[in-house]
Write a protein that binds this ligand. Structure first.
Ligand code: 7TS
Length: 407
């Protein structure tokens, strides 16, 4: 894998920010977009912009082919059995909310349990809190071990015969923990529960096979994997989706409408009310092509190397503490003694280095870590060891600067 060649395909990386070459280390928030995706979006709007599934005219057919072709690319990307199981949504958040409100409301009652973990992103916590409140179900947490991983012992003890839904992230956006979701799905199923996997931080970075994982639902966002914002995916097993209410009613999703009764289209369209995210889906399809061309194994290996390099390199920064297990995905979350993470991010920004600071939409996890906030550097295919060197130098400067201020 030639990283310099890959970098040339990301126009946004070819600029200076605050007088320095941009070092983009915030891909867990959103990734940058390759030329291929930008060109496909431009081509759609210039040449065949049109609504889908409606007209018989030429542009409408082209748009429909593009949109449905993207669905097939997603199906193959996650190895779903059928395109009926691939629903386009606005992103991970919308996908999880659909399951919580549609599946959750219909299948939960008092005495039932929803099991999640304290490391979840808010979008895999709040929908379950709300569902629990409305249905009388109980929300339970698999505890974290000291290093920020889950033990199978705890998983087995938390999931019981009363558990109806287990919802766990595959990769933590803060700790970089890689959760054994296939094993957790097996335990969920042994107890008669369904398993939702939040794949927002895994689908862009590792091979996902929903059939091998045997999850019932899988959610991810296009914008974290080179695709445009506003497009994401809810995968669900056909038999479950068939029995779920659509939630959004209107155009596109109906079969027949009468004055007082209506019927829905078949899967997956019954979940896609209104004009769908046509350009977004086509852009996501191009991002999948881009990832395929590079090879997911190469992306995984590259990021593992960067994560290891960063772990080794950042010890040069005095007073820096990294959170999370030793074996982590391609991101590093940290704090520096006595320096607020927002100050860290501000000084780094003045050097052209983009990192995220804050609670990373994981306030329960921040509480568990006993911090208000952290800084985070996250990597993708276009990052290099030089980026991590620049980060390290920037952090040493930050430490010196605030060391002087507080001295
Ligand atoms: N789940 C996880 C694990 C995430 O990391 C994110 C976004 C989401 C869900 C929500 O995705 P969305 O596309 O629907 O917004 N995570 C982050 C982050 O870590 N920094 O900014 C967004």
């Amino acid at each position: 894998m030639d990283v310099q060649e890959i970098r040339r395909q990301f126009p946004i990386l070819q600029q200076e920010v605050n007088g320095h070459p941009l070092v983009y280390l915030d891909s867990a928030a959103t990734s940058q977009k390759p030329l291929k995706v930008l060109e496909v979006l431009d081509d759609y709007y210039r040449r065949y912009n049109s609504n889908v599934h409606r007209g018989v005219h030429t542009l409408g057919s082209m748009a429909t082919d593009g949109y449905e072709g993207a669905r097939e690319k997603v199906r193959s990307f996650i190895n779903a059995a059928s395109t009926e199981e691939v629903i386009f949504t606005r992103g991970t958040t919308t996908a999880i909310n659909k399951v919580a409100y549609s599946y959750g409301y219909a299948n939960l009652q008092e005495g039932d349990e929803i099991v999640i973990t304290p490391m979840e992103h808010h979008s895999n916590i709040i929908p379950w809190q709300q569902t629990a409140k409305s249905t009388g179900a109980t929300l339970k947490y698999i505890p974290l071990q000291d290093d920020g991983t889950l033990s199978m012992e705890d998983v087995k003890n938390t999931i019981t015969a009363n558990t109806k839904i287990v919802a766990v992230m595959q990769v933590s956006n803060v700790l970089g923990t890689i959760n054994p979701v296939k094993k957790i799905a097996k335990i969920a199923h042994d107890n008669g529960a369904v398993m939702l996997v939040d794949g927002a931080q895994s689908a862009p970075h590792m091979r996902v096979d929903v059939r091998d994982m045997d999850c019932d639902f899988f959610a991810f966002s296009g914008h974290k994997m080179g695709g445009p914002t506003g497009i994401g995916v809810l995968y669900g097993k056909k038999q479950l989706l068939e029995n779920m209410e659509p939630l959004e009613y209107g155009g596109e999703m109906i079969d027949f409408v009468d004055l007082y009764e209506s019927t829905w289209k078949e899967l997956p369209w019954k979940f896609e009310g209104g004009t769908p995210i046509i350009a977004g889906a086509i852009g996501l399809g191009a991002a999948i092509d881009f990832i395929r061309d590079i090879g997911m194994e190469n992306i995984e290996a590259h990021e593992a190397k960067l994560a290891q390099y960063a772990t080794d390199k950042l010890v040069e920064v005095e007073g820096l503490r990294i959170y999370g297990p030793n074996k982590r995905a391609g991101l590093v979350t940290f704090n520096i003694d006595d320096v607020h993470p927002h100050d860290v991010a501000t000084v780094l920004d003045s050097e052209g280095i983009a990192v995220r600071a804050g609670h990373h939409c994981a306030q329960p996890l921040m509480k568990w870590l006993n911090v208000a906030a952290t800084a985070r550097a996250s990597f993708y295919i276009y990052n290099t060891e030089e980026d991590i060197d620049a980060l390290t130098d920037g952090l040493i400067k930050t430490k010196e600067y605030f060391g002087d201020v507080f001295a």
